[in-house]
Design a protein around this ligand. Structure first.
Ligand code: NAP
Length: 289
């Protein structure tokens, strides 16, 4: 398999390096030169000539921010990529309808398409322990399986194109809900001067516990959200996608709208590139001096 990894951001680079370590031939491309250079320094072969990189590959992995970014890369006006015969593996978080539209466009261009959004972040990508949810045909899945198996312990084909994208949004909605819920409770505990560790001990022993609470507690206590693996702006994007899908099936929008509004406020306050757990600061603003 000769892989062209398009998008060398927070997820793209560790995915490409993991595949390279597992023996795949990988060439990386990124729109901005800064990330290309960082990838090269990390030991990845890169190529600034996107059409040439695609010509030399049989599999394209997309780790781009969103659907507009994918369109801008694959179908930019005035630039034709040779997609025929290639497998296009879409690993970013996009909406089900977006993924179906992309699949149709890839098929028109003679390519095969599989969506494979993932749960997990940089450490899991580096270790090959991502939770990989694939959506697409059996044949496309079989073609991608060696690669998916190098990225996740137990990749699974969960349905057709769009269904894995929907499942991923169902998961990411929980990121917002759980983080917001924990922020509310931790905020009250601290405002009341209660012992945080006592609260955590009781919480951990209860049915209400989720491991993400402990993962984010340190950041919330230190008010330090730098070095984000999953930035707030991507969770905002995912909540917007979730709301679109949920509305179509008649799910009440009250809670998703509130989470999206909170995240929007965070983005407006400049938290976009910080860890999404900076939600805590919006829910528990510092009292005025
Ligand atoms: P990221 O660090 O923000 O990287 C985004 C990538 O998209 C960069 O390569 C960026 O290129 C590229 N891009 C954005 N707009 C573009 C455009 N118009 N044309 C060309 N390239 C464009 O994001 P990430 O964390 O790697 O996430 C990638 C996808 O995976 C997202 O859909 C995200 O929701 C999903 N995801 C992320 C995580 C995570 O933990 N980070 C986990 C699961 C899923 P430039 O460098 O040129 O801006």
């Amino acid at each position: 398999m000769r892989i062209a990894q398009l998008g060398l951001g927070l997820m793209g680079l560790p995915v490409a390096l993991r595949l390279q370590r597992q023996g795949f031939e990988v060439g990386g491309w990124n729109r901005g030169a800064g990330r290309m250079e960082a990838a090269r320094r990390a030991g990845l072969a890169t190529d600034a000539d996107l059409p040439a990189l695609v010509r030399g590959a049989d599999t394209l992995i997309l780790t781009l921010s969103d659907y507009p970014a994918i369109q801008a890369v694959l179908f930019a006006p005035g630039r034709t990529l040779e997609l025929e015969g290639r497998l296009i593996l879409q690993m970013g978080t996009i909406g089900p309808a977006e993924s179906r539209a992309l699949a149709a466009r890839c098929r028109e261009a003679g390519a095969e398409y599989l969506e494979a959004p993932v749960l997990g972040s940089l450490p899991e990508a580096e270790a090959g322990t991502l939770i990989v949810m694939a959506g697409g045909g059996e044949a496309e899945y079989a073609r991608a399986l060696p690669l998916l198996s190098a990225l996740g312990r137990a990749p699974e084909r969960v349905g057709g194109v769009g269904q894995a994208a929907a499942l991923k949004l169902a998961m990411n909605q929980l990121i917002a809900s759980l983080t917001a819920g924990f922020s509310l409770s931790l905020g009250l505990v601290r405002a009341e001067g209660l012992d945080v560790e006592r609260f955590m001990v009781l919480l951990r022993a209860s049915a209400l516990y989720a491991p993400t609470y402990d993962k984010k507690l340190g950041k919330m206590l230190a008010h330090d959200y730098a070095s984000a693996n999953f930035p707030l702006k991507h969770l905002l994007k995912d909540m917007a996608l979730f709301r679109g899908v949920a509305a179509a099936v008649g799910i009440d929008d009250t809670l998703p709208a509130a989470h999206a509004a909170l995240l929007q406020r965070g983005a407006a306050a400049g938290l976009d590139d910080l860890d999404y757990s900076s939600l805590y600061e919006l829910i528990n603003p510092a009292p005025p001096e």
